[in-house]
Unconditional design. Structure first.
Length: 287
């Protein structure tokens, strides 16, 4: 049985989609973007989730989403505005606070969407501490892609060429990697770039050669043209059947043991576009 995920990021500042509605639409892994780490304090970015704007409403929304089929509800930290600022506090203290916060709201794990030049050793130690407190906790990361030279192996980066994730990846800290296969026109694999739909399968195959077998790989794409600066949607002539082509690319790697599913930024933008992304894939990923 393939336990692949249909992953979507849910914007904390948007009020158009709740966790429950996302689950009803077919997202079985929903990631709140964003949580916030400031020293040892853990919270939701700006203090609230707009679609369920009180702690009580959010907790109920998360509970309802699980009843509607959501397997994983994750809290993501980082992002373009960087909500991950531990400041070197003891990892044991921060890990304990993270676990308490996740348990209070009903989150099943944490996602590190880091887009900074940060301390990879600290991140590795933090992930280890989290698992030691709560072994069942799901830990994921959302690296961007880069290359030292065209047609060489892809590398996972947090910013530019910063390989902040490497130590934690090599130590098997992450259950899933939600790969951002967009916003960088530089990498070329098998004559394809992030603007080519075939990059979905080509990047996946290349990453299986360097990422530990125990880590599931989830290639991520934007929901539509406005969701990313460079992507399969930003070329001059986007095919009319682009969402079917996306489905076919994920299906190509479906039987691979490291296949973890598909990811989209974001559920909110997918909703504005008639849920075309999740509609194209949920039949494959819940089969």
């Amino acid at each position: 049985m393939n336990n692949s995920l249909m992953v979507g990021y849910l914007q904390s500042w948007s009020s158009n989609v709740t966790f429950t509605q996302a689950a009803e639409r077919g997202y079985n892994a929903i990631v709140l973007a964003f949580g916030e780490i400031d020293g040892s304090t853990v919270n939701i970015y700006d203090g609230f989730f707009a679609a369920a704007h009180t702690p009580e409403l959010l907790k109920q929304d998360i509970s309802n989403a699980k009843e509607k089929g959501a397997k994983q509800i994750l809290l993501s930290v980082g992002g373009a505005n960087n909500t991950y600022n531990p400041g070197g506090v003891p990892v044991s203290e921060l890990a304990g606070n993270i676990v308490c916060f996740l348990n209070e709201y009903g989150f099943t794990g944490i996602d590190f969407d880091l887009e900074i030049e940060g301390d990879g050793a600290y991140l590795d130690e933090l992930c280890q501490a989290l698992k030691s407190i709560e072994p069942a906790l799901i830990i994921t990361a959302a690296p961007q892609l880069n290359q030292g030279a065209h047609e060489t192996d892809l590398i996972l980066v947090s910013s530019g060429n910063c390989r902040m994730y490497d130590q934690a990846v090599n130590n098997h800290r992450f259950d899933y990697l939600f790969i951002q296969a967009y916003n960088n026109p530089w990498p070329i694999i098998n004559n394809t770039q992030e603007t080519d739909v075939e990059f979905i399968s080509n990047s996946f195959i290349n990453l299986t050669t360097t990422i530990p077998n125990s880590t599931k790989i989830v290639i991520g794409e934007p929901a539509d043209r406005q969701a990313a600066g460079t992507s399969i949607f930003t070329v001059a002539d986007v095919p009319d059947n682009i969402y079917q082509l996306i489905h076919d690319q994920y299906e190509t790697n479906y039987s691979n043991p490291q296949f973890g599913g598909a990811m989209v930024w974001s559920i909110n933008l997918d909703a504005q576009n008639g849920y075309q992304f999740v509609n194209a894939l949920k039949g494959l990923l819940d089969s």
